[in-house]
Design a protein around this ligand. Structure first.
Ligand SMILES: NC(=O)c1ccc[n+]([C@@H]2O[C@H](COP(=O)([O-])OP(=O)(O)OC[C@H]3O[C@@H](n4cnc5c(N)ncnc54)[C@H](OP(=O)(O)O)[C@@H]3O)[C@@H](O)[C@H]2O)c1
Length: 416
């Protein structure tokens, strides 16, 4: 069994009007492990305004569910100057997450908002659930938000794959301190890092004095990379499972990337399902004296059983994704005799129930980012300018469905 083992160091509803629909190779910039600093203000950027001062805007929108390449269109419309309670936003960075694709396919529980407010003839929804935007202007009744502020969306379903939006402040969370943060860092912090953060803390409390461990699959995903780093900060050791690459050198490169982030062990899914796995775990955990108390699962299928079988009594398996589309079948003996709990976690539901805790969690993630204790996922940026063709943007979305990617797709807005 080839294992990557690291010496453990103890560490402690938008509104709009007039429109047109048009459908049109992504400009990908791979930003290794370091976040790319995109434009940090739009205040000096050229605006595309009509003679009446209406913002000329674009959105990746759809009127029916289906594959992104079949249903997404680049929709043009205009937004009037902000008045009364309204805020006009210009997006800076919006990631392309797996859930965004599922939402367009119509297989995600949180539905997009279909409305006629974009001025299209049919009810239209805008893709994307996460992102950061800058306040361009505010109406006379708006308090506590001003031009130049950065905001993220309070809940999913807003539609973030658009150059601009107009909305009211209940839908927004203001970033109180954007110092030393890039739009990509802020625009990707709301979902994945917050999901990892809550799953690590809310199901089992790590005991750094006892060298507790967690195990996870999908370890190179955005959530997985966040869990490695946050776990390390909070005293958790980690066993991390990735899918082997076609090329062994590429598998080793991925393992090494995760080890550099703070992972203790990185193995492939085949290694986790091998006969030697249990004895290897015993070796890593000081003969089993250190306990693996939590398993995080975003893959599903038989791999989850291999993970659950090495857990200490009364541990928890938390499922938050199903990338393999295979169900988790739970062995009764683990539930009966070992008291292993099988739970699910959905950050959207949690955020709706705990808005203040969500804001605090996000703030803490951004603080850790600023202190360089937390690094962003590698990203493949697709730059979105006013003239960018729909085909380029749609191709970037469709590509997200492919596995073995080098970075998370992110729209980074340029001259819009
Ligand atoms: N429940 C929640 O609140 C919540 C919140 C955030 C995310 N999620 C879910 O968490 C998962 C990861 O999201 P993310 O944004 O972190 O992902 P991401 O950064 O886009 O990475 C995708 C991950 O999925 C893996 N993957 C893709 N196809 C796979 C397959 N067929 N079998 C096994 N693994 C596969 C990839 O592995 P390779 O590199 O090997 O392709 C990669 O690790 C998704 O299922 C997402 O919906 C859930």
């Amino acid at each position: 069994m080839s294992l990557a083992l690291r010496q453990f160091t103890k560490a402690p509803s938008s509104l709009g009007c007039s429109s047109s629909l048009s459908s049109s190779s992504p400009l990908l910039r791979h930003a290794a492990t370091q976040p790319t600093i995109a434009r940090t203000t739009t205040m000096t950027a050229k605006r595309h305004l009509s003679a009446y001062g209406y913002e000329q805007t674009k959105a990746l929108a759809f009127t029916q569910y289906g594959e992104p390449k079949d249903v997404l269109k680049l929709h043009s419309h205009s937004i009037p100057p902000a008045s009364k309670d309204l805020v006009t936003l210009r997006f800076l960075a919006s990631p392309i997450n797996p859930a965004d694709i599922n939402q367009i396919q119509g297989v995600y529980p949180s539905r997009p908002t279909f409305s006629t407010t974009l001025g299209a003839p049919e009810p239209t929804a805008v893709g994307g659930n996460e992102g950061v935007a800058e306040v361009l202007s505010v109406g006379g009744n708006v308090k506590n938000f001003s031009r130049g502020d950065w905001v993220v969306m309070r809940l999913p379903g807003f539609g973030t794959w658009r150059t601009h939006a107009q909305t009211t402040v209940e839908n927004l969370v203001r970033i109180t301190d954007k110092t030393d943060l890039s739009p990509v860092q802020v625009g990707t912090a709301s979902i994945n890092p917050c999901t990892a953060y809550r799953m690590l803390l809310d199901f089992v409390s790590p005991n750094p004095d006892k060298n507790d461990w967690f195990i996870q699959n999908g370890a190179n995903s955005g959530v997985g990379r966040a869990a490695i780093q946050l776990g390390k900060l909070w005293g958790y050791k980690s066993i991390n499972i990735i899918r082997a690459r076609a090329d062994e050198a590429e598998t080793e490169r991925t393992k090494n990337e995760l080890l550099a982030l703070g992972a203790d062990i990185v193995i492939t899914d085949a290694e986790a399902q091998s006969r030697e796995f249990r004895s290897q775990v015993a070796e890593w955990t000081n003969g089993g004296r250190e306990k693996v108390r939590l398993a995080l699962n975003c893959v599903g299928g038989p791999l989850v059983n291999s993970m659950a079988k090495i857990l200490a009594d009364s541990s928890r398996v938390v499922t938050y994704g199903a990338m393999s589309r295979k169900p988790v079948s739970v062995p009764a003996s683990l539930q009966i005799f070992k008291d292993i709990g099988f739970d699910g976690f959905w950050v959207s539901r949690w955020a709706e129930a705990h808005p203040e805790q969500k804001a605090k969690t996000l703030e803490h993630v951004l603080q850790l980012t600023r202190e360089k204790k937390f690094v962003d996922v590698p990203v493949s940026e697709t730059r979105w300018d006013y003239e960018t063709k729909g085909e380029t943007l749609i191709e970037a979305v469709q590509g997200t469905l492919d596995g073995f990617r080098h970075g998370k797709g992110v729209f980074v807005f340029g001259n819009t």
